[in-house]
Write a protein that binds this ligand. Sequence first.
Ligand SMILES: [Zn+2]
Length: 122
Amino acid sequence: MSSPRIISLLKGKCPKCETGDVFKTKGNLFLFQMPVMNETCPHCAHKFEREPGFFWGAMYVSYALAVAEMVSVFVAWSVLLPDAAYDYKIIVLFISVLVLLIFPNFRLSRIIWMYFFTKKEA
Ligand SMILES: [Zn+2]
């Protein structure tokens, strides 16, 4: 019994076999280390970048994730601090959250993009 596809996606598993890891390293913002992706799945050898420029499309997903995060921050701000003014502090908070989530967004957007276009192996 395999886990649901959404769980494999969130765990960063290959879209084809849902076993191998897509990323070698998760990256570390504080050490300026970018996440490193495997070219092929270490389990089933599925090629992740199916054509040159394939991951350009992941930018749309990344944008959607960032908007969702900003809406979440805005709602949390409004609920937790109902009397606070909407001044520069919320902008600083938006930017801080975006910077902290750069690498999770980078990884998740590429993985979501691959899951759009890859069927699970039967
Ligand atoms: Zn695989």
